[in-house]
Write a protein of this length. Structure first.
Length: 127
């Protein structure tokens, strides 16, 4: 058996499953696939994989990007998600700045946003 031959489930902590479901289903447009017996909200993502949102009373999201969606046109994806109420982060740090929400290092463009529980999500477009 090889791990490369199996589907992957990405798991993120959430505090309020109703709020999380609205964000991931309505704002991000991910197909809701039901709730697991453990209470995890399941959403279909590419390649037969799933995103599982696990309820935790006290959410402590990672300080790093938890999930990144690869896109072919980052500007149009930002415009689409913004029209659905997603707010993108902007950065202005030495060696790391965004322009119109986009960081571009010549190899990849990326833009970050937060879910309602503070999980850092990203769009990235390889160049």
């Amino acid at each position: 058996m090889s791990l490369t031959d199996n589907a992957v489930a990405v798991m993120l902590p959430v505090g309020d499953t109703t709020r999380a479901q609205e964000f991931y289903e309505k704002r991000l447009g991910l197909p809701y696939d039901g709730t697991s017996p453990a209470g995890e909200l399941r959403f279909r993502i590419a390649g037969g994989n799933h995103l599982a949102l696990r309820p935790f009373p006290e959410v402590h999201p990672s300080p790093n990007t938890a999930l990144s969606f690869e896109v072919s046109d980052i500007a149009s994806e930002i415009a689409d998600l913004t029209s659905r109420g997603v707010t993108f982060e902007d950065y202005d740090l030495p060696g790391f700045a965004t322009v119109d929400h986009v960081f571009d290092d010549g190899a990849v463009k990326a833009a970050w946003f937060l879910d309602p529980d503070g999980n850092i999500l990203c769009l990235h477009q390889p160049l």
